[in-house]
Design a protein around this ligand. Structure first.
Ligand SMILES: [Zn+2]
Length: 265
């Protein structure tokens, strides 16, 4: 079984919008049904807010227990994360991500010069390209991630895009702008996923939280909590081998465990 994982976290992507607008992901899920692909619907932990849920996805600890209750709590995580566990086991970690990920797992507060591009084996995220701008184009975020993959061959790579969330805050859930921002991510992903699988990576696409028509997210409504979870096994697998060997997450707090199982750490 391949042991490398790419986790794509599309910030603010509501599960129904993913299902209805992301034609490539849906087609690949259909194509790989029973062999290399599977999709489950997840609900985010609460509050349905970004920084608390980055911690939930990366550590399996929900916000009421992690102490990262809101976006303004700026400090390093106190929990073991996919990054720290992978690093302790001698694996290579990398991330193309919003700077709050750097603050949770590398260094807080974020220094826009020193922390933006990092290559340091002592850090939890050893190879990182971080951005501070919600409008930083998703194409650039995925390009940065692919650069890290090609140059550092990470065992675990996080790619974390922000435009869907940003556009949701400007136009709301029920807007063509928001839905089309999801289309754009789907098109970008269609250029990468099959190459990643061919290179021996298991690929996960999920979100931290959804979006509401009030152009915000925080509460327990389905709009705010429903997130997609797509899993595409690496191409070198015997058909169905990975799918039958792993238990897909049933809750957002299971994602960390799931990725660690794939990495065999
Ligand atoms: Zn947001």
């Amino acid at each position: 079984m391949a042991k490398k994982v790419i986790l794509v976290l599309v910030d603010g992507l509501n599960g129904d919008v993913a299902q209805n607008r992301m034609g490539f992901l849906e087609a690949l899920t259909d194509e790989g049904k029973g062999s290399f692909a599977k999709k489950v619907d997840l609900k985010s932990a609460l509050p349905a807010m970004s920084r608390p849920l980055y911690e939930t996805v990366m550590t399996g600890v929900k916000p009421v227990r992690s102490g990262i209750y809101n976006n303004s709590i700026v400090r390093l995580s106190k929990n073991k994360s996919i990054f720290s566990i992978a690093k302790e086991n001698g694996l290579v970690t990398a991330a193309s991500a919003y700077y709050w990920m750097s603050e949770l797992y590398n260094h807080a507060p974020y220094d826009p010069i020193e922390d933006r591009i990092v290559n340091d084996k002592t850090l939890n995220i050893q190879h990182g390209i971080f951005y501070m701008w919600d409008e930083y184009p998703d194409e650039a975020v995925f390009g940065d991630g692919e650069y890290l993959r090609r140059n550092y061959n990470p065992d675990f790579l996080l790619i974390h895009s922000m435009n869907v969330d940003d556009i949701g805050h400007k136009f709301g859930l029920n807007s063509s702008e928001y839905r089309n921002s999801a289309v754009k991510v789907d098109v970008i992903l269609s250029n990468f996923i099959e190459d990643w699988r061919a290179a021996g990576y298991h690929v996960i696409v999920t979100a931290d939280h959804g979006m509401s028509d009030d152009k915000k997210h925080n509460g327990p409504t389905d709009e705010e909590r429903n997130v997609p979870f797509y899993f595409f096994a690496a191409k070198d697998e015997k058909d169905g081998a990975t799918l039958s060997a792993v238990t897909l997450p049933k809750k957002q707090t299971d994602i960390c465990r799931f990725v660690c199982e794939l990495l065999e750490v």
